[in-house]
Design a protein around this ligand. Sequence first.
Ligand code: HEM
Length: 506
Amino acid sequence: MDLSPHYHLIFATLAVFLSTLIFFLTRNAKSKRVNLPPGPPGWPVVGNLFQVAGSGKPFFQYVRELLPTYGPIFTLRMGSRTMIILSNADLVHQALIENGQVFATRPAENPTRTIFSCDKFTVNASLYGPVWRSLRRNMVQNALSAGKLRTFRHVRATAMDKFVERLKAEAAANDGAVWVLKNARFAFFCILLAMCFGVEMDEETIEKMDNMMKTVLITLDPRIDDYLPLLRPFFSKQRKKAREVREQQIATLVPFIEQRRAAVKNPGSDPTAAEFSYLDTLFDLTVEGREYPPTNPEIVTLCSEFLNGGTDTTGTAIEWAIARFIENPNIQTKLYNEIKATVGDKKVDEKDVEKMPYLNAVVKELLRKHPPTYFSLTHSVTEPVKLGGYDIPPGTNVEFFLPAIAEDPKLWTNPKQFDPDRFLTGGEDADITGVTGIKMMPFGVGRRICPGLGMATVHVNLMIARMVQEFEWSSYPKDTKVDFSEKLEFTVVMKKSLRAMIKPRV
Ligand code: HEM
């Protein structure tokens, strides 16, 4: 039944009044018990929510500006959620490496995310426990192992060829100009689709899938009622819409799941079927504590996680890479010379990439200076714990602000500068997994470190190598400066989406 707007207003006023009353009644008792890190003063009930929203700045920018005042560990109260933000390598090491088990869980999700994650049945959203262990082990050992990755070598090579052809066609139709992010993320999406479903799809189907994924991501954008649950009665329309999108998502993906299930049951029946796919590992997956394998809606959720995890992240890295090459043609030339010296006139492939120290240094510097996400996924603690002298209670969101670490002048020389040579000549290095010490963490560190790290590194290295081998990249319009402003779009992309000129190298 739909409630009238009049009723909503009375309900909301009453809810705000009661929450304020409860807040004041419990404030003293609570603050005596819990010593949270400091943070900007907020208002009752809403906390800092309206300050953040009203600032008109992206959240990462708001946080960046608070660092000089509140330091490496501080608290923001976003309505009913308490966020503790960490931005210092030592504290992160203490949390995620030394006390990794306690910091390895995730906080409660909002209702929309609960629908799309099938109540936390994904690697990224599951609580630290048996479901997470089963799903993660399966992804790491059965789907993304070095051996399994090798079986997709031809998929990557074909996707790169198609990508180069797309760029050539787009440039031919647009006086040499191409969109970077759009084309790169599409190529990665094609690779992940092939790995996930193991069935061939035509371009129209791929675009349909891509649009579906984008609609899901938009539906998952946080709303004000995620922070102020008392406003939920006003968002019944949005909840209905979310359920409809979920149904569409299931209807779009299930036919491909069933097609693959049939191909696996009757080997040889589908001549286009690949020898292996992520789906194959899910059909009969044993999940600790459960007696049945994943249901179709759960498989839809796991496939979406696989596709989403590796598309925008890697695409974003490519956009920043090309921006840096245009800004600094010497880097591009040095890279081209290395490629030529390593492979001659042959097309560069992923095996060659391992033999290119400068390319590897470029990619590392890229992930240092432009981590595709500025915050790691949100963590939470399994039990009350102390960090930096403060209390971290269960239920709080623990956030890791990555650029502050990767640009810490105590850890890096000239941290603001984009300089791949630092990893070759300057004696600077960083263990990207954080085990021996943290200096940068684009993939997170510890138990929840990104399981796609190996694959993503191959994808970014290979695509950059192919792009520089095939084309010389320059600014569009000609002789303009690249604008390095950022904006948040799930990942942190260029505010002005990059369009570049390409000239084929012959
Ligand atoms: C350049 C590309 C990528 C970057 C920068 C990246 C970054 C990250 C980060 C920061 C996290 C959070 C770690 C944490 O919770 O502390 C994460 C988690 C995750 N990533 Fe990636 N990722 C990339 C590519 C991929 C790919 C290719 C896949 C798989 C297809 C993937 C799948 C996942 C999954 C499933 C998790 C959740 C892990 C867990 O909770 O146990 N990512 N990634």
